[in-house]
Design a protein around this ligand. Structure first.
Ligand code: ATP
Length: 328
């Protein structure tokens, strides 16, 4: 990788940071298990400059996809390009264009953080004069641990060190695979501040997470993958709006024994003294719900509208995907 330390130039003519076309991966079977088609010919474009959340239940194919990008798993067929470089035709440039923060903490305990970053930079062919070792350690809050034994670092510090290792070559795309699993709230916040800082400097961020609130808060674009297929890729707000579902929570003046009848377009439930009215905003107006409540002699003491969130979308697209299309 001798000359590939510089980030490839930004190519405004390119529409996406990562493009996959017809990407398939079949893991070979064994005597005990049949072959497994983990990716079933996926098409996926990840916009440049986004914080992209790749979501999906266990076994959906997320790690397989990321490992193909990282060069750790060989695809069966299809095309993938990273920052405009085809991973088969330009393996060096494509690999120099991404940094991957792996899921597992497997840091090398024989080197100090400083040595670890230096070695990593060497592997990417970054000349000594261009290395940013101390700058990276400082940015990750590890400056005072530069010469410490890695085995003396806390789990969170080791995780930050992995982020450091992933960015020694200044890649324009950074992938974080479940970066905050098992990490406490304080550290999670620190990690996200750092990620957002990198994003502000123009790095495209791709992350997988099981924490849907985290994806909801951080990501601007979401891709949902399920059983080796891409279910959707959309800007987050558009995706949530596409669910066309909201809930009006009403606290009545007097306790209500039976759910008021508001017509077939609303789904009404009573819970903990409140009335929850689920409705499709494209078809039902709040004014109509309120007149319905009035007609049913329910006096409203308080009310609030609960928006659908990413978790609702996720459940709809993964667990119920065969039964009920979104918005139906
Ligand atoms: N080396 C392998 N050999 C055979 N099957 C594999 C291998 N790696 C993954 N699989 C299978 O491929 C499918 C996709 O796995 P993958 O790890 O990509 O899913 P994932 O979405 O990352 O799941 P998780 O959220 O649990 O990490 C699963 O059914 C998994 O059992």
């Amino acid at each position: 990788m001798a000359d590939d330390h510089r980030p490839p130039p930004l190519r405004p003519d390119l529409p996406a940071a990562i493009v996959a076309r017809g990407l398939r991966k079949v893991y070979a079977g064994t005597k005990k298990s049949p072959p497994k088609e983990a990716l079933k010919g996926i098409d996926l474009a990840i916009p440049r400059g986004s914080i992209f959340g790749l979501l999906g239940p266990n076994g959906a194919g997320k790690s397989t996809f990321i490992n193909i990008l990282a060069g750790l798993v060989t695809k069966t067929s299809g095309d993938v390009s990273i920052w405009g470089f085809d991973i088969d035709k330009n393996p060096r440039q494509s690999r120099a264009s991404i940094g991957v923060v792996p899921q597992e903490i497997a840091t090398d305990v024989f080197f100090t953080p400083k040595e670890g970053l230096e070695i990593q930079a060497g592997l990417y062919g970054v000349p000594k004069s261009e290395r940013r070792t101390m700058e990276i350690l400082r940015a990750l809050g590890l400056e005072d641990k530069a010469d410490a034994y890695v085995r003396m670092l806390s789990g969170g510090m080791k995780r930050r060190l992995l982020v450091g290792k992933a960015i020694v070559h200044n890649p324009p795309v950074l992938i974080l695979d479940e970066p905050t699993a098992g990490v406490d709230i304080e550290l999670r916040k620190q990690l996200w501040d750092q990620v957002q800082e990198m994003h502000a400097r123009g790095v495209t961020i791709i992350l997988t997470t099981h924490y849907l609130e985290e994806a909801q808060e951080l990501c601007d674009t979401i891709g949902i993958i399920h059983e080796g297929e891409v279910k959707t890729v959309k800007p987050k707000t558009e995706l949530i709006a596409s669910l066309d579902r909201k809930t009006l929570m009403v606290v009545p003046e007097r306790p209500v024994e039976t759910a008021p009848a508001l017509g077939g377009a609303c789904d009404v439930e009573l819970r903990a003294g409140a009335i929850y009215i689920h409705y499709a905003p494209s078809r039902v107006r709040i004014a109509d719900i309120l007149s319905g409540l009035n007609a049913a002699d329910v006096q409203v003491k308080d009310l609030s509208v609960l928006e659908a969130d990413l978790e609702d979308v996720f459940l709809e697209m993964t667990y119920h995907s065969d039964k009920r299309p979104v918005g139906a």
